[in-house]
Design a protein around this ligand. Structure first.
Ligand code: AMP
Length: 182
């Protein structure tokens, strides 16, 4: 978990590789659906373009489906999910019904102002439609309002590992591995 631009996607790939588990990114799933012009992709587009969250029922459904794939039977890494209280509750119930549980929640901690310039740079490099200044600001606002508070529910369960997300990519990866393996 962590604000947009904290490097969730980048670090998630390294973690998934290290632990040989699938990297499940709801943002990636929405972008793939958008590219293929599926109904889910077209529905998600209007929210993504505005920097808002895709409705919980749509997001929960795609995650529930993805978790039934055979590659997720022995573990998985969720990237960018859950982001709302409804999603936290849904994930809890889904995992319980599958006799699974979360081992850790990694929180990438970063200063919001630094992230705005990071995201603007990424917009130039990757040509992402949701990386204009207005949309970036909206995404950060939505994060602070909806997602930052739910990290507390995982802190209460002693699941959260906080990692400083500013610095070189490989240094941050090492921080995460050290925190996960300690
Ligand atoms: P990301 O690449 O994780 O930043 O996600 C890009 C966009 O996809 C977000 O700004 C949302 O519009 C949408 N999205 C991704 N994950 C979720 C989620 N868990 N809940 C709602 N919307 C999501």
């Amino acid at each position: 978990m962590g604000p947009p631009g904290a490097g969730k996607g980048t670090q998630a790939k390294f973690i998934a590789e290290k632990f040989s588990i699938p990297h499940i990114s709801t943002g990636d799933i929405f972008r793939e659906n958008l590219k293929k012009e599926t109904a889910i992709g077209l529905e998600a587009k209007s929210y993504m373009d505005r920097g808002e969250y895709v409705p919980d029922d749509v997001t929960n459904r795609i995650v529930a489906d993805r978790l039934t794939w055979p590659d997720a039977a022995n573990g998985f890494l969720l990237d960018g999910y859950p982001r709302t209280l409804d999603q936290v509750k849904f994930l809890d119930e889904t995992l319980k019904s599958q006799n699974h549980q979360l081992d850790r929640v990694i929180e990438l901690v970063a200063d919001i102002n630094t992230l705005v310039s990071r995201l603007l740079n990424r917009a130039k490099e990757q040509n992402r439609a949701d990386d204009t200044k207005e949309v970036i600001t909206k995404r950060l606002e939505v994060y602070l309002a909806e997602t930052a508070p739910i990290i507390e529910t995982y802190k209460d369960k002693n699941l959260v590992v906080q990692v400083d997300a500013l610095g070189d990519i490989d240094v941050i990866t090492r921080r995460i591995f050290t925190a996960l393996l300690s």
